[in-house]
Design a protein around this ligand. Structure first.
Ligand code: FDP
Length: 380
């Protein structure tokens, strides 16, 4: 792989091509799709930036499949993405959080070997108040025989993704993606109109600084989730308290935690028995990215990337971010440990070392590693 220095100017196009060269068998279809998505991201960024000026703010009367009121920008972003990718001959079908079923490729366009699943504008309830929103996407390979994509192609576990990414429309627009060779971030240079490589090979810290969770659901959580949150906050005396930061816009919360270290949690609650977030449009793509950055993601019992989806708009509880903090969730929610003291008892400050990027089995950290983590936490 080409080594880029901090001062080399690398466009996303150049980077995608360089990555493609690592796969001699590649046909260029995935590269073309990623490039089309980067173009869609620039178009959406443009709309988001001028949203306050044009008369396109506020809710439409339409309701999406989740029963939520769609914002006009959601509709626009959805259309922009579909139009940017439907004609390239790379996709056999699409699915969007904003649409009830599979989105077919128009019959006059050629079908390709990939399926795209996306959330065009996540965190859209924040649009009216100028809080960062984002786009999330996931690409899987077609597995059925016909030329058109079918439901079976869409309902694949996240570990089969060939690419995933998100775009954050914040103080600057950033696109972060992975094709399974690390997670890489690009910042949009508005004067050039190009995404430039700004965060090559992102690594997320093993122990998180931030905790992102909507506390207003506290009374609706199961007791084991309440205990877990007490542990993260240091209220049970078993770890340094994490700093709470909750934007309420998944991409913004995830992005901050990916770079700074932390955990985003959206547990199930009495009202939302399976949580709120969507497995295929939100949890799976972000799980692929976080694992590529050295982090982890679970629903409390199972690795997110191993969950077999059964429906397009399936929801899942989500605990995603720094490995040791995700491990604490898995340990406490699966009943292995009832509270943080049990975590300490197995030799960690809620910390287990990863055996590999993908394996569930973990080994307790040795004493020196625990001391290093405690030391680091003390300085934060
Ligand atoms: P939104 O409803 O604004 O689209 O998945 C949707 C999402 O936002 C996430 O971006 C965000 O993290 C979460 O919902 C916020 O939900 P709560 O308001 O229940 O905390």
């Amino acid at each position: 792989m080409v080594k880029h220095t901090a001062t080399s100017v690398v466009t996303i196009e150049r980077f995608i091509i360089e990555q493609e060269k690592l796969h001699p068998e590649a046909t260029g279809e995935l590269s073309g799709l990623l490039y089309d998505l980067a173009l869609a991201a620039k178009m959406i960024a443009n709309k988001v930036r001028s949203a306050g000026l044009a008369d396109i703010l506020g809710a439409t009367d339409l309701e999406n499949i989740q029963g939520e009121t769609q914002q006009k920008l959601d509709v626009l972003a959805n259309e922009i993405i579909i139009k940017a990718v439907d004609h390239g001959g790379r996709l056999c079908a699409m699915a969007s959080e904003e649409e009830p079923g599979i989105i077919d490729i128009p019959p006059h366009f050629r079908c390709g070997k990939y399926c795209l699943l996306f959330d065009p504008l996540d965190g859209s309830s924040n649009i009216d108040v100028n809080v960062p929103v984002g786009t999330i996407f996931s690409v899987v390979r077609k597995i059925t025989r016909g030329s058109r994509g079918e439901m079976e192609d869409m309902l694949q576990p996240g570990r089969r993704q060939v690419a995933a990414g998100y775009v954050i429309y914040g103080s600057s627009t950033m696109l972060v993606y992975t094709t399974g060779q690390g997670a890489h971030g690009f910042t949009l240079d508005p004067s050039l109109g190009e995404f430039l490589l700004s965060h090559p090979n992102i690594r997320t810290p093993d122990v998180g600084r931030y905790l992102s969770v909507n506390d207003s659901y506290h009374s609706q959580w199961e007791p084991n989730v309440q205990n877990l949150m007490r542990y993260y906050r240091g209220q049970d005396g078993n770890r340094q308290p994490m700093n709470t930061r909750y934007v309420g816009s998944l991409v913004a919360d995830f992005h901050r935690n990916l770079l700074g270290g932390g955990l985003f949690a959206y547990p199930a609650n009495r009202k939302n028995k399976r949580g709120k977030l969507r497995l295929l449009y939100e949890a799976s793509p972000l799980a692929f990215i976080v694992e590529q950055a050295g982090g982890a993601a679970t629903d409390g019992h199972e690795r997110i990337l191993d969950i077999q989806p059964t429906e397009l708009h399936q929801r899942t509880p989500l605990f995603i971010g720094s490995t040791n903090d995700v491990d604490a969730a898995r340990t406490m929610l699966s009943g292995v440990a009832k509270d943080g003291s049990a975590l300490s008892a197995v030799g960690s400050v809620g910390a287990y070392a990863r055996c590999s990027a993908h394996d569930v089995p973990r080994t307790p950290l040795d004493d020196a590693a625990v001391r290093r983590i405690r030391q680091r936490e003390k300085h934060e």
